[in-house]
Design a protein around this ligand. Sequence first.
Ligand code: SF4
Ligand code: SF4
Length: 257
Amino acid sequence: MSDKKPKLTRREFLEIISRKAPGWLLLVGTFGGRTLLAQNSDSDYDPENHSYAMGIDIHKCIGCGRCVDACKVENNVPDEPHFFRTWVERYLVPSEGEALVDSPNGGRYGFPEVKVDVDVLRSFFVPKLCNHCTNAPCVQVCPVGATFTSRDGVVLVDEKICVGCRYCIQACPYGARFLHPVKMVADKCTFCYHRITHGHLPACVEVCPTQARIFGEVGKHSSPLRRFVRFEDITVLKPWLNTEPKVYYAGADGEVR
Ligand code: SF4
Ligand code: SF4
């Protein structure tokens, strides 16, 4: 979820840089602002042979929140209910007007009984996370190259380079980033990069009791994600932005925003 902060002026931004990383500009110029996170994995792991994505089957999500809890634990996400790498929203569609959306504590402990004064025609749950956009605004605005797309298609943040300027948080149209309150760097879903590069599923996918989350590679015949994308009626969030998300939703009608 996004951390709503006022925009930084150029001067404030330069002050942050000079406090956090004096001499840093020279380093960025030399190395293009990247450390090689994609190589922190098994020696036989070749990121060039992979291209990861995720599917979300809204028909299957029961809003139990196990995915949210597993993500918090796996990735040491701060416990406070403002910080999430993934969260679940409940949509209540009334007979008239816009859908009502809630996400108490990110849906981590499920959802209380509905108490609203309108007729609810239907309700459903929508898990959300970083979409690992192909045309990622967060990558484009990062002034130091800390946010980048790995060779296996995952949008990552290099904590050693991030200066905490929040440009990426403001730029993300999905509210998928937050400023880590202790590390003071941008944080978000990594598809559990430390797990997937060792052949494991992301924590949220592993614990989901209904297989509402499907992880894999669209380009691989053996991948369950390929079948999901092929046989379900797939959409992405805010397609008009041309960010080309790599999180694919089945069952997300026009109400989902
Ligand atoms: Fe960046 Fe937001 Fe897209 Fe994730 S969802 S890649 S944080 S713009
Ligand atoms: Fe939905 Fe699965 Fe998450 Fe439960 S664990 S809220 S069913 S996606």
